[in-house]
Structures are given as structure tokens and as C-alpha cells.
Design a protein around this ligand. Structure first.
Ligand SMILES: *Cc1c(COP(=O)(O)O)cnc(C)c1O
Length: 341
């Protein structure tokens, strides 16, 4: 029996769900990639001395496949994820994965798990490439060999019953990333460090943490796993990529749509807390959240409402354009869609 036929597509959230197969590729002991292949989705075995387990030598990516309005299975800008994986690999002294290999791996897993791609408008197939140091180490040094895995899992739409603006907690007690640290890499260790601030924020009733720049605490940086934008008098602003911000694919897409389709003034610049609390609109971008409005931000125990706690018009337009391109409901003027069949 095919397990994917048992899925209740309407009940999907953002949780791990096992699928048929994953792609696996390993290096030899001189860091050279061997031929990769599809293997049954399942557990892997590792030495307790693996570099990834002891020193966190690993990086990941995240992207999605959609069943589109044209009834095709499509990827959204997978080349950008390949490029970012290369940057993360370099920062963590891991072997580079050629762009064509990365895209081939993603493509083969999605095709082999095609029946797990949710029907049009029921969600997407979340794609998780991960690269880590498999070989044993004792002293702090790069692992002798590496593994690259791509697995997929079906996820529901971020908002099932209408858009719900986020409530953020600005924190001065924690920083996400330091200048000249690993903030611009999707390094696995960055996310372990974000769990505690996120736990505290959730316990206090917030959706996410808003981090400030570690060296200049008057400036916004980003939300735990999404980039942040503000709009004031039709000018769109997002923190400039200073080295500690993750360069989001959705961030880049929102900038290009705002500039080239909506003809707005877009600035990658410094944004202060004051700019945020007095903004007309604010939103977050990321593969999981796509474009999600920020309805409220709490700064030193004081809650500030943005866009009357709802979704502003420009935010809505940006969200409609990105989701429309992703699902082939709109034309694709930038050539972002990568069709698989
Ligand atoms: C992945 C991620 C984002 C969003 O990047 P996308 O490519 O748009 O998914 C933003 N911030 C952080 C810290 C992230 O890890």
C-alpha cells in the first residue's frame, strides 16, 4: 500500500512526516564527493565522534516544491539555495556541493516522492538539504569526511484560515548572531542557540523573537528564522546584509517584486526600533512564513500595534505576488520557477 494515499491533506501542519526516499551523497576521506543516490528514507548511523555531533559542523537549507495551478510540480529559485549552501559550506570548512549536483539531488528526491506533494493549494513539499561532517574528530578540526542528505516532508499552508499577523517580542537579553560570526550562514548551531529565547517568548504569549544588532542595539536585525521589513510612506525598508543577517531567498524575492513590479522605493539600510514602531506596515519573509504581517511588537514591556494589528495593503500585495508566482497563478517575469515535469 502506498502510504502517501493515506494522508489527510487538510490536517497537515509544519511537522516532520516520513516519506519514501531521500538523497544521500558522501565524500571519501579526501573530501571528494562520491556518486550520490536515492535511498529509503530512514535513520542513519554515525560515529559518536562525528564532527557534526561534537562541534556542530553542519549547515542546512530549506525550500519548497508546489503543485501549481498548471498542474505541474515546481521548485522556487533552487539555484539560490545552492549558492547559499556553498557559502555556508565555505564558512564551516565543509566541501562545496556543485550547484548542478545540489539541484539534481533536490529534483530527484521531489520526483521520487511526487505523490507526497500536496494537491494545489493544500500546502507544499518542504525540502531540507543538510550537509555535515560525518568523520570522527577529537581535537577541534574539520571532519575527515562528509555527508549530504536531501529529505522531503509534506507541510500545510502557513495560514489555513486567513492571515494572522504575528506578535513579536523584541529582546535585549539575547543576540542571534554576532558581527563576523556565523549569522549569514545557515549553520546548524545558530538554531540551537535560538531555542531558549524562543521558548521564553512563546511562554509569554509571543509568536517569535525580534533580534537586534549585537553591536548596535538600536538597530533591528531579523526574526528567529525570517527576515524583517518595514514600510513607511510607501518606502520599503529592510536591514542591510551586514554579515550577521541570513540572506533570505524570500527577502530577495520581496525586494525585487517591490522594486520591479510594484515600482516602490526599496532601501536596504539601517532600521531603528523607533522606525519599526512608527511604521505603516511591517512583515517577515521566509520560506516557511512566505510574507507574514507583523501586527504587534513589544519593546521593553510596551506593546506597539502596527497596521492596526492587521495586514497592510503593500504587505498583502507582496504576499499575493510571491505566492502567485510560486503556484503559477501569475506570470513569472523573473524566471524563478523550475518545473519538474
Ligand atoms: C532560513 C532563514 C531565513 C529565511 O530565508 P529564506 O531563504 O527566505 O527561507 C531568514 N532568517 C534566518 C535566520 C533563516 O535561517
Amino acid at each position: 500500500m502506498n502510504p502517501s494515499t493515506q494522508i489527510d491533506w487538510d490536517s497537515l501542519g509544519f511537522n516532520y512526516f516520513p516519506t519514501r526516499s531521500m538523497y544521500r551523497m558522501d565524500t571519501d576521506e579526501s573530501r571528494q564527493w562520491q556518486k550520490g543516490e536515492l535511498v529509503p528514507f530512514g535513520d542513519i548511523s554515525l560515529s559518536p565522534a562525528a564532527g557534526v555531533l561534537n562541534y556542530g559542523q553542519g549547515a542546512f537549507e530549506g525550500t519548497k516544491a508546489f503543485r501549481s495551478a498548471q498542474d505541474r510540480v515546481v521548485l522556487f529559485r533552487p539555484d539560490k539555495n545552492a549558492e547559499r549552501m556553498s557559502l555556508s559550506a565555505k564558512r564551516l570548512v565543509m566541501p562545496d556541493i556543485p550547484k548542478a549536483t545540489f539541484i539534481h539531488a533536490v529534483e530527484s528526491v521531489v520526483k521520487d516522492n511526487g505523490d507526497y506533494v500536496p494537491p494545489y493549494r493544500k500546502g507544499s513539499l518542504y525540502i531540507r538539504p543538510v550537509l555535515w561532517g560525518t568523520g570522527p574528530v577529537l581535537g577541534v578540526r574539520p571532519a575527515p569526511y562528509y555527508t549530504f542528505v536531501v529529505f522531503v516532508t509534506p507541510v500545510g499552508p502557513y495560514f489555513k484560515s486567513g492571515v494572522k499577523p504575528l506578535k513579536l517580542k523584541m529582546t535585549r537579553n539575547f543576540h542571534r548572531a554576532a558581527p563576523h560570526g556565523t549569522g549569514n550562514a545557515k549553520a546548524i548551531g545558530n538554531y540551537a542557540a535560538s531555542l531558549y529565547p524562543l521558548k521564553l517568548a512563546k511562554e509569554a504569549g509571543f509568536d517569535e523573537v525580534l533580534y537586534l544588532h549585537a553591536a548596535q542595539e538600536s538597530l533591528l536585525e531579523e526574526v528567529g528564522s525570517a527576515n524583517v521589513f518595514i514600510i513607511k510612506d510607501e518606502v520599503v525598508k529592510t536591514p542591510k546584509l551586514s554579515g550577521s543577517i541570513l540572506p533570505g531567498v524570500t527577502r530577495d524575492s520581496a525586494i525585487r517584486i517591490a522594486k520591479d513590479i510594484l515600482n516602490l522605493d526599496v532601501r536596504e539600510t539601517d532600521i531603528t526600533i523607533e522606525d519599526l514602531v512608527t511604521a505603516d506596515e511591517a512583515f517577515c519573509t521566509g520560506t516557511a512564513v512566505v510574507v507574514t504581517p507583523i501586527g504587534e511588537v513589544t519593546v521593553e514591556e510596551k506593546a506597539h500595534t502596527i497596521a492596526e494589528g492587521g495586514e497592510g495593503e503593500i504587505t498583502r500585495q507582496l504576499r499575493k505576488h510571491i505566492t502567485g508566482i510560486q503556484k503559477e497563478e501569475r506570470s513569472d517575469p523573473f524566471g524563478w520557477i523550475y518545473a519538474l515535469n
